[in-house]
Design a binder for this molecule. Structure first.
Ligand code: 6CS
Length: 353
């Protein structure tokens, strides 16, 4: 059933892409190549109104429309309006949309090396360290970025939306607590393998189905950053919230390569400057959203458990083999993880010692 649904969604995406591409690219490219012409950018993301990705996309709209006195306009599409997260990546590849925020949790099939972002306990439990690594990493902004360009999209920035939390209807503080738990995950193979490795039963669903699946016990638990858990009202249908810092939710802002390289140099520069500005701003924004969400969670009657470092270590130990699984994806994957592990260690030494 899931395969048939994916097939229909794929057909739907292709039809939509052809129609949108037919009426958009030529017009934009012809206008874009003439300095000073009006440009409208379709910017799609995966989340709801007011979520972190939506705040990011609308901040970008505000900044670039201000910088260009409205010559470059942005239409923001919230999650689901142009299909699923996988559809958004396809639409970006075809040039049906010009900009997108697309999470590695969904691009594993298209860019296997992007699954580096799905390895639990690889990134630091210190957000400043992760911020530094995401901004400066050669493994990510060099080697991995090349893999995105191989499919015709340019990644401007890998950025974070906050630490991941677990929610469930039972306490999960030791690996054995994971046994048989139907844990909802994003559909990337490495995430599924990671939870199988922890003894859980990973269940992949689209984000729009999480609440109902929790409510009807189709799944027992899920992982997400706190703002997404609170904004999605998942606390209404879960009893426990585990602060694990087992991972950070990372995503990437991307553009269609052919479209972007077809723009006048001046416009490329304006867009890059605006994205850089918004990216710097986004780190504080996601921290504020996390604080707001934690305040709401504490007002809720859910049981909040912060895992001790010993408890985290038990899960970390168990997750280590997943790094080899990733390294076996390709020679590039092996190079990416070896370099990134070193970069994270160095950043931790710089910022914490
Ligand atoms: O869990 C998910 O599928 C969703 N979570 C976040 C934080 N953003 C979008 C994604 O679809």
């Amino acid at each position: 059933m899931f395969r048939k649904k994916r097939f229909y969604l794929f057909v739907f995406t292709v039809v939509i892409s052809v129609v949108l591409a037919a009426c958009s690219n030529d017009r934009i490219r012809s206008e874009a190549s003439t300095d000073g012409e009006e440009i409208t950018l379709k910017f799609a993301h995966e989340e709801g109104q007011g979520d972190v990705q939506d705040l990011y996309a609308n901040k970008f709209k505000e900044v670039i429309e201000e910088k260009t006195n409205g010559r470059i306009k942005v239409d923001v599409y919230t999650g689901g309006t142009l299909g699923t997260s996988i559809d958004i990546l396809h639409s970006l590849q075809t040039g049906a949309i010009e900009l997108a925020i697309t999470s590695p949790g969904f691009s594993g099939d298209v860019i296997p090396e992007s699954q580096i972002m799905s390895i639990p306990f690889l990134f630091s439990d210190n957000l400043e360290v992760n911020k530094k690594v995401l901004q400066e990493s050669e493994a990510l902004n060099g080697l991995l970025a090349d893999k995105y360009e191989e499919i015709g999209v340019i990644p401007f920035h890998f950025w974070l939306e906050g630490f991941m939390y677990w929610t469930a209807n039972q306490e999960i503080t030791a690996p054995e607590d994971m046994n048989g738990i139907k844990m909802r995950t994003m559909p990337t193979n490495l995430i599924i393998r990671s939870y199988e490795h922890l003894g859980a039963t990973p269940t992949t669903t689209d984000s729009g189905e999480i609440y109902t699946m929790l409510q009807t016990n189709g799944i027992d638990g899920q992982e997400n950053p706190l703002f997404y858990i609170v904004n999605g009202n998942f606390l209404e249908v879960q009893d426990y919230l585990m602060d694990t810092k087992h991972h950070i939710y990372t995503t990437v802002t991307v553009t269609n390569q052919e479209f972007f390289e077809g723009l006048a140099k001046e416009d490329q520069q304006i867009i890059e400057e605006a994205i850089d500005e918004v990216n710097d701003w986004s780190f504080d924004m996601q921290e504020e959203e996390a604080e707001k969400a934690l305040k709401k969670a504490k007002e809720d009657d859910i049981e909040i458990i912060e895992l001790t470092s010993e408890q985290r270590e038990a899960f970390e130990e168990l997750s280590l083999p997943i790094r080899e699984v990733y390294g076996e994806e390709s020679n590039d994957a092996k190079a990416i993880i070896e370099m990134l592990e070193k970069e994270i260690k160095e950043a931790e030494a710089d910022l914490t010692e």
